[in-house]
Design a binder for this molecule. Structure first.
Ligand code: DGY
Length: 419
C-alpha cells in the first residue's frame, strides 16, 4: 500500500494536471469546462498547498457571474466538442460575461473563500474584499429566485448537482419531453453507461434547457408554471452554511451582515419544511407539495448546516451498519438504490467531507472520525474516482477527479488539518 505522503503528492498532481490556467476541470474528457461547485472544492484543495492559486479559482468562477447575480453551473471557457450540451445548446449569448449554462449549482464558494482566508489570514484579504459583494449578490439571487419560504429549490436536476437522484423522479415523470429532438450524448462515450443517467433522464434535462433558452433565461418568465421545481436539502443546507460563512467574512472585512443574517434566519425556517413525516430531511416536489420519501446522502448534511436531528442520528447509525463504504447517495435498502449509477447509490467524497465536517462541529466526533477513516480507506484503495460503489468500494464514473483529490488534501488525508 502507498504511504500517505505519496498519495498527497498524487492528489496535488491531479489538481495541477486538471488546471487549465485559472480554473480546474473536474476531470479531462467527461467534464472539459469549469463547473461551479467542483471549482469551489478545487479551491479548498489548492488552499492546502497554493493559496494564491486557490483565490484565482474562485475569482475565475465569479468572473462568469450574470448581471442578475446568478453564477452559472458551467463556464465554457474554451469550446470542446467532446461535451454535450455545449454553449450552442444553452443559447445564453450576450447575457453573461463568459459563455455559460443558464442555471446555477450549490453555492459552496463562500465556504471555500472562508476556508482559504482561514488557511492564510495574511494573504488575500483584498482579494476576499473584492469577492464579497459578488458572493453576496449570488446568495441574494438564490433568496430572490430559488426561495420557497426559506427552503431552497432547484429548477433543473443539474442545478442541484445530483443529476439523477431519485428525489427528482416524480417531478421528472410529470414532464413530457415533447419536441426535444435528436441529439448525441457525449458522457456515455467517456464513462460506462450503467454509471450514468438514463436516456429518459437526458431527454428531460435537454427539454428543460430548451425551455430556458426559449424564455431567454429570464427568471421572471421561467418562474411561470415552472415544470421542474423541487426543494432540495443539499442546496438548502449548502446555502445555509455558506450564508453563515459569508456573515463571518463580513465581520472580518468590517462589512454589514444584517441582510445575510436575515437570509440565514429565513433558511433556518425553511429547513423545517424539509423534514418528512419520519423526521428525515427529504426533498419536496413543489408542484405536488409531496415529499419524495428518499433518504439520500444530502439528508445527512443537516449538521453541516448546524441543524441537529434525532431521526438523522438514527439513520446515520443504520447507514454505518448497512453499508461498508458509506455514505451512499441513496439508502441501500431503498427500491431506488443502484450501486453504480451516479447519484442513485454511489458514495461521493465531497459529500462525505461535508457530512463529517458537520458531525465534528456538532460534537458527534466518533461518527465524524469513523466516516473520515472509512473515506480515507476508500480513496487509498481505489484512487481519486468521481464516486464509488458503496457496497464494494469500486471506483466509478470519471477518474483522476479534482474534487475527490481536493477533499483528500483538505480532509481525508492524515496530513490534513482536520483529520
Ligand atoms: C453532466 O454533464 O453530467 C453534468 O453533471 C451536468 O452538469
Amino acid at each position: 500500500m502507498m504511504d500517505h505522503a505519496s498519495i498527497d503528492a498524487k492528489a496535488r498532481d491531479i489538481l495541477r494536471g486538471n488546471d487549465r490556467g485559472g480554473y480546474t476541470l473536474p476531470t479531462e474528457g467527461l467534464y472539459p469546462y469549469q463547473w461551479n461547485w467542483d471549482s469551489a472544492f478545487a479551491a479548498i484543495g489548492f488552499a492546502q498547498f497554493d493559496v494564491d492559486r486557490a483565490w484565482t479559482e474562485i475569482e475565475t468562477l465569479m468572473s462568469g457571474q450574470w448581471p442578475n447575480g446568478m453564477v452559472p453551473h458551467i463556464l465554457f471557457h474554451v469550446p470542446d466538442p467532446g461535451y454535450f450540451p455545449g454553449p450552442d445548446v444553452w443559447g445564453t449569448d450576450g447575457i453573461g460575461p463568459i459563455a455559460s449554462s443558464g442555471i446555477s449549482q450549490p453555492p459552496v464558494a463562500a465556504t471555500a473563500a472562508r476556508a482559504i482566508i482561514e488557511k492564510a489570514p495574511d494573504q488575500g484579504r483584498d482579494r476576499l474584499a473584492a469577492l464579497f459583494p459578488k458572493l453576496k449578490a449570488w446568495h441574494s439571487w438564490f433568496m430572490t429566485w430559488r426561495n420557497a419560504g426559506g427552503a431552497i429549490f432547484i429548477t433543473h436536476p443539474w442545478e442541484g448537482g445530483r443529476d439523477n437522484a431519485p428525489d427528482w423522479d416524480a417531478a421528472m415523470a410529470a414532464i413530457d419531453p415533447v419536441g426535444v429532438g435528436e441529439y448525441t450524448r457525449r458522457d456515455t462515450s467517456h464513462v460506462d453507461p450503467s454509471m450514468r443517467p438514463t436516456k429518459d433522464d437526458y431527454d428531460r434535462y435537454i427539454w428543460l434547457v430548451q425551455r430556458g433558452r426559449r424564455l431567454g433565461w429570464d427568471e421572471a418568465e421561467m418562474a411561470k408554471d415552472m415544470p421542474f421545481k423541487v426543494a432540495d436539502p443539499l442546496t438548502t443546507f449548502v446555502l445555509l452554511r455558506a450564508n453563515r460563512d459569508l456573515a463571518a467574512i463580513a465581520d472580518l472585512l468590517g462589512e454589514d451582515r444584517a441582510e445575510i443574517d436575515r437570509w440565514t434566519a429565513e433558511i433556518e425556517t425553511g429547513v423545517e419544511a424539509l423534514r418528512n413525516a419520519q423526521g428525515v430531511f427529504d426533498s419536496i416536489n413543489l408542484r405536488s407539495g409531496l415529499h419524495t420519501g428518499c433518504v439520500t446522502s444530502s439528508s445527512f448534511l443537516c449538521w453541516y448546516a448546524g441543524v441537529d436531528s434525532d431521526a438523522m442520528r438514527a439513520e446515520l447509525a443504520q447507514t454505518f451498519e448497512s453499508c461498508p463504504y458509506p455514505i451512499p447517495s441513496q439508502k441501500v435498502e431503498s427500491e431506488h438504490f443502484d450501486a453504480k449509477r451516479y447519484w442513485r447509490g454511489p458514495t461521493w467524497g465531497i459529500v462525505n467531507a461535508m457530512i463529517a465536517r458537520g458531525l465534528s462541529e456538532m460534537g458527534l466526533t466518533d461518527e465524524a472520525s469513523r466516516l473520515t477513516r472509512q473515506t480515507r480507506t476508500l480513496m487509498v484503495e481505489n484512487g481519486f474516482a468521481e464516486y464509488y460503489n458503496p457496497l464494494t468500494g469500486a471506483p466509478a464514473g470519471g477518474g483522476t477527479f479534482t474534487w475527490t483529490a481536493a477533499v483528500w488534501l483538505a480532509w481525508a488525508s492524515p496530513t490534513a488539518g482536520e483529520a
